[in-house]
Design a protein around this ligand. Structure first.
Ligand code: ATP
Length: 895
């Protein structure tokens, strides 16, 4: 049976390899493959070991706040203040646990998104080509490789055509190597085994068939175990920036702490222990320790929402960048349009025919000047359809429900349907004219050619492609010498309707050659005619383009189609088609000229992937933040260089997906604009988190600082501050991470990632809120004392005041400047309501449970106190709403 271990497949002749793996050139049957899968296991590479749970937990203690707390805990313990030491110990543990759980949640969200990105493989099963999850491959399977594919397992190649493979992942060699099927010596190093294609390497050009000789851990890459980890880290530029900000603030706070300690001790002559514990409370309250963690959570939630909306984020940092994108460069076909080609017009040398029917169903008729046409008599049409059928790799089949489905490229599918409408017998044609060789279609050369053998023994080359390219190869058409101007005018007429035009031609070879090369494509072809096909714009893309424009984003359409077609479609979609640049023009320009052009041009025609890279760079040099879509292997460099590389999940190659930051599972432009919107929501929520956390931290610390400086008794004790800080971190701050989009997120211009974290207005809001929170807390405390209540009760009221005012502010912060004075502000985010509920229960326990009373020195408060607190919480809410109203009047944004 199968000798999977070390069979030197590279040194064995093909029949021996097939024998070893008990398979044939036509592949395995599904039953055999299933049995083998059970025996050898799934084709998965061992994942690099993730950080263990314990290590992750231990790392939570590696944090400046925890250090401060630990020092404070030890000090209070040595000073015999066991209650405060106990509270500090509890805070340390709770903080670490919060961080641990939050990080775990964020990582889980990312993992779930990653698992949506399984690699696929094209395989022959039961003699038919099938597209399966690459993890289901087994030794003996026959795999088909195409440009842009990631090789899914180790393969012994059986058939190759100009197949180049980039093996950098395995050998470090950065130039693609050309594969062949010749055996090599047993001891040949991996890099020299040209008859093999190894797992995780990338097909950059050409085609191949190979038999799987090793899967999973048995593959070369599995054996050396150097698989580059593409695990996402939770760190992004923004979390790093915030981490740095938090560290700087921590340092400042420590200095303030030392200063206030010295002031309290020498100037106010406070008792050492009380003063120490108060300063610890101050420091802990002021450190914005939760900020980086909250940001990671907001980002992770963003990726989950995007995945639900069909955009998979491959790099967490992309979520931030998405919110700041200023230009989206999008392919036309399939992204802005439906990718549902229907041939509507056939231009023949002496007549033009219209064709009825929509979609891929072979139902429709041919009309000439509105009159039904008997196609059997139209020999010119028959010649063109023969070329359309044979120079074609697509298939159109009826599925079980009776619907007609396309297999392969839509442009070619439209031609198959067109031929079927005229009753062309595809099988019969293929038997009479077997294909000997083929130059597949690529955007770079814009044509496809096939070589066939006729029964008369002649060779026939069939050619189809972009009209300019095909016409350049033609001397004549079926009716005589080529009238180039007339053909161009006929083509332009169709293109003006937004139709994609393809020209078809043929050449009879005098000799019976068996291979076809690009060099042999001379200009002796005979033009058969042109086919014009319609690919309607996606309705949702039109709406999305309008949304992007309202959001100050430029949408640039890049298409392989003719300028006239491009212009017509651009207008239908609502793009600025006043100026168009073609691939040919781009080639003649230097970078400076291109940059100048890209200030105004939004439509690029006859573009090939190479142009995309220059376009991205030109736009970036204009200061734009560019998102670029792509699907082919040659799109990968542009996708990589773009600030946001977007790959198509359906029609895209693995090469494009590997290079991308974002993968669209539905290939739809509207999904990009939704992702940008979600990116903006993420940025907004991060800013809102800051807008909440910073003033509440400042207020908590400020209350203690003011008391020390003023020589007053503390309105809130240090352990009470620790309580407030800890409970609000798991409730209020977290709720903001789940805020939904604000009205108008897509109606304001994009913000640059270089913008300062805290703008002037942002700082003003922080100061106002901090001042109000502090003033209200002191007021509550003094009012209770004035009413003759105990210090403990006055402090309990002060704590509840601080918390309830924070709660009120939580509803203000939902919108930067929009009013929160409506019911929806209170009910639209259920998580906010839940955390408020939790907080009320916690505060009730804090105030009324005897156990908490003994730990935190609290006392029950009466109804009058609650009413007093409630009145001030409402006042807090109203004052901030007033500030927002002022900002709205002057039309200024906080962020
Ligand atoms: P877009 O860039 O808008 O997404 P695209 O990538 O589909 O479009 P290309 O595939 O580069 O554009 O097509 C460019 C031109 O090549 C088309 O206008 C058409 O004339 C021709 N063409 C497209 N597909 C084929 C094919 N399968 N065979 C021959 N010619 C083709």
């Amino acid at each position: 049976m199968i000798n999977i271990q070390d069979s030197p497949s590279h040194a064995l002749p093909l029949p021996a390899v097939l024998d070893t793996f008990d398979t044939q050139k036509t592949g395995l049957s599904s039953a055999v493959a299933m049995a083998r899968l059970r025996m050898v296991g799934e084709n998965r590479l061992p994942q690099p070991s993730a950080k263990s749970m314990w290590l992750r937990l231990a790392l939570q203690f590696h944090n400046p706040l925890i250090y401060v707390l630990m020092v404070a805990g030890i000090a209070t313990f040595t000073l015999h203040d066991y209650v405060d030491a106990g509270v500090i110990a509890a805070v340390i543990i709770i903080n670490a646990l919060i961080g641990f759980v939050q990080e775990g949640k964020a990582e889980e969200a990312l993992k779930a998104v990653r698992s949506l990105m399984a690699t696929r493989a094209k395989v022959l099963r039961d003699g038919q080509q099938a597209d399966i999850d690459a993890s289901l491959l087994v030794p003996g399977d026959v795999v088909i490789l195409e440009p842009g594919d990631l090789v899914p397992a180790d393969l012994r190649l059986m058939q190759v055509k100009n197949c180049f493979v980039m093996e950098a992942a395995l050998t470090g060699e950065s130039v693609p190597v050309e594969k062949n099927i010749d055996i090599v010596a047993v001891e040949a190093p991996v890099a020299d085994r040209l008859c093999m294609a190894y797992s995780s390497t990338l097909v950059t050009a050409g085609y191949a068939h190979g038999v799987v000789v090793a899967t999973g851990k048995q593959t070369e890459i599995g054996k050396i175990g150097t698989m580059v980890s593409d695990e996402q880290s939770l760190e992004t530029p923004l979390t790093r920036r915030l981490g740095l900000f938090a560290k700087q603030v921590t340092l400042l706070i420590l200095i303030i702490g030392v200063f206030s300690f010295a002031f309290g001790y020498w100037v106010r002559q406070m008792p050492l222990l009380d003063l120490f514990v108060a300063v610890v409370g101050l420091v802990v309250a002021a450190i914005p320790e939760g900020l980086p963690a909250i940001v990671a959570i907001v980002l992770a939630i963003g990726t989950r929402v995007m995945a639900k909306n069909k955009a998979i984020v491959r790099r967490l940092a992309a979520v931030e960048t998405l919110g700041s994108v200023t230009v989206i460069c999008s392919d036309k076909t399939g992204t802005l349009t439906c990718n549902q080609m229907t041939a509507e017009t056939v231009i023949l040398p002496e007549q033009t025919l219209n064709v009825s029917g929509l979609g891929y169903a072979p139902k429709g008729d041919f009309f000439k000047n509105g009159e039904w046409l008997d196609v059997t008599l139209a020999h010119d049409l028959q010649s063109l359809l023969m070329c359309a059928t044979l120079c074609n790799d697509a298939g159109v089949e009826q599925n079980e429900e009776g619907a007609w489905e396309l297999i392969g490229d839509p442009t070619e599918g439209a031609l198959q349907t067109l031929a079927a409408k005229a009753g062309v017998d595809k099988l019969n044609l293929h038997q009479r004219y077997p294909r000997l060789d083929c130059i597949p279609f690529e955007s770079e050369h814009q044509y496809m050619a096939t070589l066939h053998h006729s029964q008369k023994g002649e060779g026939v080359v069939l050619l189809k492609g972009a009209p300019e390219t095909v016409l350049a190869h033609c001397q004549r058409d079926l009716s005589g010498p080529l009238d180039l101007e007339r053909w161009e005018a006929r083509m332009a007429e169709a293109a003006k309707r937004g139709e994609r035009v393809l020209a078809l031609a043929r050449r009879i070879l005098p000799t019976n050659s068996t291979t076809l090369s690009m060099a042999a494509m001379d200009d002796n072809f005979e033009l058969l005619g042109m086919v014009c096909m319609l690919d309607p714009p996606r309705a949702e893309a039109m709406a999305a383009v309008a949304e992007c424009q309202a959001a100050g984003l430029r949408v640039v359409m890049i298409t392989g189609d003719h300028a006239i077609t491009a212009s017509a479609i651009a207008k239908q979609i609502g793009l600025n088609a006043s100026a168009i640049l073609s691939g040919e023009q781009i080639e003649k320009m230097d970078d400076a000229e291109l940059r100048e052009q890209m200030k105004t041009v939004d439509v690029i025609s006859r573009a090939s992937p190479q142009h995309k890279l220059r376009l991205v760079k030109a736009l970036q040099s204009l200061g734009e933040l560019v998102a670029m879509t792509g699907d082919g292997v040659n799109d990968a460099p542009a996708i990589k260089v773009a600030d946001i590389g977007v790959a198509m999940g359906n029609k895209g190659t693995a090469a494009a997906r590997e290079a991308a930051d974002l993968v669209l599972t539905d290939d739809n432009f509207a999904t990009i604009s939704n992702a940008v919107k979600e990116g903006r929501v993420v940025l907004d929520n991060i800013k809102k988190s800051m807008l909440f956390i910073l003033p509440t931290d400042v207020a908590e610390a400020g209350v203690i600082l003011l008391a020390i400086l003023g020589g007053l008794s503390l309105p809130i004790t240090a352990s009470q501050i620790l309580w407030i800080n800890t409970v609000t971190a798991v409730t209020f701050s977290l709720a903001i991470a789940f805020e939904r989009p604000e009205r108008g997120v897509m109606q304001r211009p994009p913000r640059l990632p270089t913008e300062p974290l805290i703008t002037k207005l942002f700082a003003t809001r922080i100061i106002i809120v901090s001042a109000l929170l502090m003033a209200f807390t002191f007021t509550a405390f003094e009012w209770e004392l004035l009413r003759g209540h105990s210090l403990a009760m006055s402090r309990t009221t002060a704590v509840n005041m601080l918390i309830l005012c924070q709660m009120a502010y939580l509803f203000n912060v939902k919108y930067f400047t929009h009013s929160s004075m409506r019911i929806s502000a209170f009910i639209e985010n259920r998580i906010t309501l839940v955390v408020c509920g939790v907080m009320i229960v916690l505060q009730a326990l804090f105030t009324y449970s005897p156990w908490m009373q003994s730990v935190f020195s609290t006392e029950p408060i009466d109804v009058a106190s609650w009413l007093f607190i409630l009145a001030f919480a409402i006042l807090m809410f109203l004052v901030i709403e007033l500030e927002k109203a002022v900002l709205r009047t002057f039309k200024v944004q906080v962020i």
